[in-house]
Design a protein around this ligand. Structure first.
Ligand SMILES: [Zn+2]
Ligand SMILES: [Zn+2]
Length: 196
């Protein structure tokens, strides 16, 4: 059963709803990559990570994300010219989602701590980049569910293109420009964000 799940930034100035959330319409994952962790560190949100430095995310179709209030707080950071677009709420520096640099790929990896509840997403099915997990005896050793993640992205993308919603969402305008000019992190910011 798909549900509409509310989300909000830390201070509550930005609020929204993810429509039709279900295990079939999203991919609930934990990403252990350094870049996601650096973003959480840069935003002061390391405390929201899973053990061993995993970022809790749900990959969804951007068209399903509705920002009801505070869209003017949407900001974007990139760690490099080639890095993902990492969107956040500038009012309180809460991560929102990561996307690639174009709305042609209908994918947003939303930051799970935003949500009132993650029950609608079902259990975590994908573990990515576990090689970069922080050390410790219980750290995940193997990636899991990557084929499933890719399959779910392809399926979502195809149905979005068929229904004409592929390029919609809160992060790009209808002509495909980012709604906020991405800032590229400075060398010093990058260094601090990646220091573990
Ligand atoms: Zn806020
Ligand atoms: Zn990552």
């Amino acid at each position: 059963m798909a549900e509409n799940v509310k989300f909000s930034c830390g201070c509550g100035a930005l609020k929204g709803v993810l429509h039709d959330a279900s295990p079939a319409t999203g991919c609930h994952l934990i990403c252990y990559c350094k870049d996601c962790r650096a973003f959480a560190r840069h935003m002061g949100r390391l405390d929201a990570l899973e053990p061993y430095g995993g970022s809790p995310l749900v990959q969804v179709l951007p068209a399903k994300i509705e920002i009801a209030e505070g869209a003017e707080h949407i900001a974007c950071l990139r760690f490099s010219e080639k890095g993902l677009h990492r969107w956040y709420a500038s009012c309180c520096r809460t991560p929102l989602a990561n996307t690639v640099g174009t709305s042609k790929v209908p994918m947003a990896g939303m930051w799970c701590p935003l949500f009132e509840s993650t029950n609608a997403f079902g259990p975590v099915v994908t573990l990515g980049f576990t090689k970069m997990a922080l050390p410790g005896s219980g750290r995940p050793r193997k990636d899991k569910g990557l084929a499933r993640m890719l399959g779910s992205l392809i399926k979502r993308s195809m149905s979005a293109y068929l229904s004409g919603t592929a390029r919609q969402g809160p992060f790009f305008t209808p002509d495909g420009s980012p709604v906020a000019q991405p800032q590229i992190a400075s060398a010093a910011e990058r260094e601090a964000a990646y220091r573990e």
